[in-house]
Design a protein around this ligand. Structure first.
Ligand SMILES: Cc1ncc(C[n+]2csc(CCOP(=O)(O)OP(=O)(O)O)c2C)c(N)n1
Ligand SMILES: [Mg+2]
Length: 923
């Protein structure tokens, strides 16, 4: 190519490109690189003295050709035929040759090498190459990857598209096999349509190719040597995926259509099993070397995404060796199937995409499929998103996108192969935007023509993809029309026989999970002998040689060094208790993952799970360096999100229930950002799907005058959804209690797993009353309630039993009125759920002259534990004792915004607690 003459601006530009190319070939775009690779060397003299003797028309044609090729690569997808229903592509002016000052005639005279890439090799000239390029980028596949900023990846994608190496003839497909599969997919839907008319199933029809696409992805995962595939998807096509990808038996699905209500109702009464609708159920199946799991899914669209990511992360993470965890992306593959309206609409999608490239959350790449039926319920795409495509959001995350027309089976399979190979090469997310239509209304009983009359007139006469593919094969002489019909009938018959064979439905419904035997919690031994605690503490305090810890942390370390010297002195604060608990759990061989915003240091600068060398910046994590550890410890600052991170940890936890998984909120107040995760997965996952989560949530809680958003972790919300033994909620007041609580949770992971929600202290983290003695750790246990030790000695004098939970206890016993009022005992309910009714009854029985029970809380009356404990207390008090309330009145906001007002209110509450003569309002 030496000899091309450039002049002026072009010459300088080309020279500059060449210089960049010489230093780093990857720094110039692929087309230019191809030119230089092919031998184009800009003329040094021309470059040095622009304005030499050149043919400017020639230069314009060359530049125009190169630019046209580049525009086709970048924007070709805008002109692709992506809609099976034939909506015209909106195109882009830059795709016309004329826009670049070139004509077909000119292109035919120019060399194909100007276009570059694999198409150039087979083309006689630039016109042929451009035609081939249009065929690739503007037909039924839209490659949308120009936003991928990593040159190596972009080149790979370009080559994948332009070499056609993932489509026949280079990589053949079994045409007839595919027809058989499509027949099976369609027969399933049409059979259900006939057998159960009007019953909701969220048919896949219009996007039938989803199943063969998943087949390819699973084959790819098996070939890449993976072991776990985790699937998350919503309602659309779920039954078809369960039946055909996860081999859920037809009889079981059909039995569920008959909805055997009676047998389930009985179970509900016995076991707290509520079940869920059939298109939310999960499943698991072994396929070749793979375990394929479908996560159960709530109606709340897209919220399953981080859960699946967490499951994949857990499946790929090794934790049995002490120290750091190791994650192997080859072991696991998450697949997420999205709706085209939900993907851009639900914020949790963006949150999850953001997790994907963070070291602490990466799953080694998710393959996403948008099942894009171009409608969401009744809303059109224009009403659903402002980006050009449903997938637009993913561009910001540099995720390649392959849009594909769901009526072109070959293009769909090619897209699946590209996605599979990209993931196996780069371990990053990729999206297949599978564009089709929805055969019926939102569900099968819904009338789509009310809102989309024109669209559904088209759908009504549009042939199914099986029909289209069968006709192509018939035309090509691959099958006869009869054979295609027989194929379809055969699958239909299998379903007819399955329905006819149904025995009483209860034989086929999902097995109801057995709850673990009761009582395990009572029997675990959480104490850790003093010599063991000493050894753990010493190990935690050791530092690598030469490590320079921040000066301000030295005093705490010195204190920790003598912390266990006197077994009866209250020297162990909250943070030390936590670290010793974690250390002992690791020594027991149970791995720990602790995440949340700023958890490494701790919001209140109390934890310091990670030390940073003041000189080198190197990190030291005592729990990873712990001599006694027999399992790995992971501590990670999370990004600033609640929904996705809580969902992720939930998924991690249910996938690997033998690990202690802890998520800490910055302040408990922000947990409502994850409310969907709590309602849909954590508190109801057991009743709906038989899951047994054991995630720990640490939620800083307490009224300290910091305003409505830094006071309350909203315990009332957990209590409202507490039922059937689905969680433990603790609001404990001493370091030793916290120590035993954490250890108990770890020791119950296999025998009595339950989510644990802990309302944790803020200012009290360092309060002397919260500190515990070493003996309490070494010999104590978890107490669901704590009696008033002081009042015990004067039990007969006690007239009023104040019951409270959490920080208000410290305020009450620190108040002046406490000493002056011997008739009041102040007892703590440390575990709010399951409510320790027997323990409270024993406390009540210990005060023979009691006249009333007063529940005291700092939360407003409509919040906190009052509404929940009231009925519990009234039940145990019976007619014998009145049960009354003292605390803030009902309020729309969790707390006042002024510190001064806060202090006044706290004082009033303490006064109410001890003022025996002033009647406390029974509100
Ligand atoms: C968070 C949430 N909001 C609203 C709904 C109600 N809803 C169910 S399906 C649906 C439309 C979804 O459209 P799309 O994502 O395109 O999926 P499709 O049903 O078309 O497959 C809506 C609004 C829901 N299930 N979840
Ligand atoms: Mg849709």
């Amino acid at each position: 190519m030496k000899g091309h003459d450039f002049q002026g601006v072009n010459a300088a530009y080309v020279a500059e490109l060449y210089e960049r190319y010489r230093q780093d070939p990857a720094s110039v775009d692929a087309a230019t690189r191809a030119e230089f690779d092919a031998g184009l060397i800009p003329d040094a003299e021309v470059t040095a003295a622009p304005g030499g003797i050149v043919d400017s028309a020639d230069v314009a044609e060359v530049v125009g050709t190169v630019n046209l090729a580049e525009c086709i690569r970048r924007y070709g997808h805008l002109a692709a035929t992506l809609d099976p229903l034939g909506a015209p592509a909106h195109g882009d002016p830059s795709l016309a040759a004329a826009a670049h000052g070139v004509s077909d005639g000119m292109l035919a005279r120019l060399p194909a090498s100007l276009v570059g890439g694999p198409v150039a090799a087979a083309a006689a000239n630039a016109l042929d190459a451009i035609t081939a390029l249009r065929q690739i980028y503007c037909s039924t596949t839209g490659y949308d990857y120009s936003h991928v900023f990593v040159p190596e990846e972009r080149d790979w994608l370009r080559h994948a598209a332009e070499s056609s190496r993932f489509r026949p003839p280079v990589q053949p497909i079994d045409d007839v096999d595919l027809l058989d599969r499509l027949s099976q997919v369609e027969a399933f839907e049409q059979f259900l349509h006939r057998a159960f008319p009007g019953k909701t199933r969220f048919s896949i029809e219009g996007l039938d190719m989803l199943i063969p696409v998943l087949d390819v992805i699973l084959d790819g995962a098996a070939a890449a040597g993976g072991s776990d595939v985790l699937l998350g998807m919503a309602h659309r096509g779920r039954l078809n995926v369960l039946a055909h990808v996860l081999s859920k038996p037809y009889v079981q699905i059909l039995a569920e259509f008959k909805d055997p209500v009676q047998s389930r109702t009985a179970f509900k009464i016995d076991l707290g099993w509520a079940g869920d609708v059939k298109y939310h159920a999960g499943a698991e199946r072994s396929l070749k070397s793979l375990t394929v799991s479908m996560a159960p899914n709530p109606s709340h669209l897209e919220f399953v995404n981080p859960v699946v990511a967490g499951m994949a992360r857990a499946a790929g993470t090794k934790v049995d060796a002490p120290g750091k965890v190791t994650f192997d992306p080859k072991r696991t593959l998450p697949i997420l199937i999205h709706g085209d309206a939900a993907f851009p609409g639900q914020g949790v999608v963006a949150e999850t995409l953001n997790l994907a490239r963070l070291d602490s959350y990466s799953t080694g790449g998710t393959i996403h499929v948008i099942v894009n039926n171009q409608i969401g319920f009744t809303a059109t795409s224009r009403e659903a998103y402002g980006t050009s495509y449903s997938s637009g959001l993913a561009r910001g995350f540099k995720i390649p996108i392959v849009h594909v027309n769901a009526d072109d089976p070959i293009a769909c399979l090619e897209a699946a192969r590209v996605a599979s190979a990209y993931r196996a090469t780069f371990f990053k997310d990729i999206i297949i935007d599978l564009i089709g239509y929805r055969r019926y209304g939102h569900n099968e009983g819904d009338e789509p023509s009310f809102t989309q009359p024109l669209l559904y007139a088209k759908v009504a006469v549009h042939p199914t993809v099986r029909r289209i593919w069968a006709d192509q094969l018939i035309a090509r002489g691959k099958v006869t029309a009869d054979a295609a019909e027989v194929m379809y009938r055969r699958h239909f018959t299998v379903l007819e026989e399955a329905l006819a064979s149904l025995k009483p439905e209860r034989d086929f419904v999902e097995p109801i999970p057995e709850p673990p035997p009761p009582g395990a919690a009572r029997h675990v031994k959480t104490a850790v002998a003093l010599p063991q605690l000493e050894a753990l503490n010493a190990s935690l305090l050791s530092r690598p040689a030469g490590f320079q810890q921040h000066r301000k942390l030295d005093r705490a370390r010195e204190r920790r060094q003598v912390m266990l010297a006197n077994p009866d002195e209250r020297t162990v604060d909250w943070a030390a208790a936590e670290e010793l608990a974690f250390a002992s759990i690791l020594a027991d061989g149970i791995p720990i993952r602790l995440t949340g915003e700023d958890v490494e240091r701790g919001t209140f600068s109390h934890r310091h799970a990670v030390f940073h060398d003041s000189v080198t910046g190197k990190r030291h994590i005592p729990l990873q360096a712990l001599e006694q550890a027999r399992a790995a410890f992971e501590v990670r600052n999370s990004p600033l999100t609640e929904a996705a991170t809580v969902g992720f940890e939930f998924g991690y936890n249910v996938q690997e229930p033998g690990r202690l998984v802890v998520w800490e909120a910055q302040y408990g107040d922000f947990i409502n950002g994850a409310q969907v995760m709590i309602d849909e997965f954590i508190t109801s996952g057991r009743a709906k799907w038989g899951l047994t989560p054991s995630l720990v949530l640490l939620l800083p809680h307490g009224y300290e005058g910091q305003g409505p958003d830094h006071s309350s972790a909203r315990p009332e919300r957990f209590l409202e959804s507490a039922a059937d033994i689905n969680l433990r909620l603790a609001n404990c007041t001493t370091a030793a209690q916290y120590f035993h609580l954490l250890r108990r949770q770890a020791l119950l992971l296999s025998t009595d797993p339950l989510p644990l929600i802990v309302l944790t202290p803020k200012s009290l983290l360092r309060h002397p009353m919260v500190a515990s003695s070493p003996r309490e750790l070494a010999e104590g246990r978890w107490h669901a309630t704590i009696d008033d030790a002081e009042a015990r000695g004067r039990a007969r004098d006690v007239r009023r039993l104040v019951l409270c939970s959490g920080k208000i206890y410290v305020d009450l016993v620190s108040s002046e009125a406490r000493a002056a009022t011997p008739a009041v005992a102040v007892c703590r309910v440390e575990q709010l759920y399951p409510f320790p009714a027997e323990d409270v009854a024993a406390i009540v029985a210990g005060y023979p002259n009691l006249q009333e029970i007063l529940w005291v809380q700092e939360e407003p009356q409509n919040m906190g534990a009052w509404t929940f404990v009231r009925s519990e207390l009234e039940t145990l008090a019976g007619d014998r004792l009145p049960v009354r309330y003292a605390g803030r009145p009902r309020s729309a906001s969790p707390s006042e915004g002024s510190l001064a007002l806060h202090q006044i209110h706290q004082r009033i509450i303490a006064d109410q607690a001890f003022a025996l003569n002033v009647p406390v309002e029974a509100r």
